[in-house]
Design a protein around this ligand. Sequence first.
Ligand code: ADP
Ligand code: MG
Length: 238
Amino acid sequence: MGSITLEKVSKSFGTTSVIPEIDLEIHDGEFVVFVGPSGCGKSTLLRMIAGLEDLSGGRIIIDGKDMSSEAPAKRGLSMVFQSYALYPHMTVYGNIAFPLKMDGQEKSVIDKKVKDAAHILNLTNYLERRPGQLSGGQRQRVAIGRAIVRQPKAFLFDEPLSNLDAALRGNMRLEISDLHHQLKTTMIYVTHDQVEAMTMADKIVVLNAGRIEQVGSPMELYRNPKNVFVAGFIGSPR
Ligand code: ADP
Ligand code: MG
């Protein structure tokens, strides 16, 4: 299960309020996209859900349990970063297996999970390579593989494709959507790219200066944008 509820979540850095107050309901299995201009608080919100950033106020509830002050490892979520954060000296196999080894899981169990993930991500023939011998798209897949093997309640993506060129971005968009169809795990996906939001999301959350402007399916937002900001951002003809 992977339902995530934000209740009156707020964040200030010093005296600067970055997120005044956000309420949001994310259902198990949903693909939710946080979209909005640079600096509107998307990463901060995702990092608070992941437990990498303290809340200034409010609660984060995961599967009915208040996780607001739990350590990241206790939340059962996997974060995929735009910078990949792979270990350059380890093979692809070693990188994907790493979180399982840290968990102290058995070698045969690790082997099966790594190979299953590699199969899903088309990395089976690259397991002995090192990150330096891979393309950008392949590196991103390894980073996703490392998230998959932990069988998280939800995946959290922070602009995972922004370092890739346009053609590769299109491919990876399809791959991540396909992964969601296969795993049916909750995904929260942060982007400032309208095309990613419109093509990947079950539900789009449009953020502006730390506030939610509108929440809805891509079609709802396109047909019925609440205001000029949403219309402009989604590219709908209002
Ligand atoms: P986004 O991901 O939407 O581009 P961020 O969540 O990174 O936006 O940032 C939102 C706002 O919070 C920005 O104004 C940013 O400068 C500020 N901010 C983010 N992290 C910190 C921090 N550690 N200290 C101070 N200000 C921060
Ligand atoms: Mg960001």
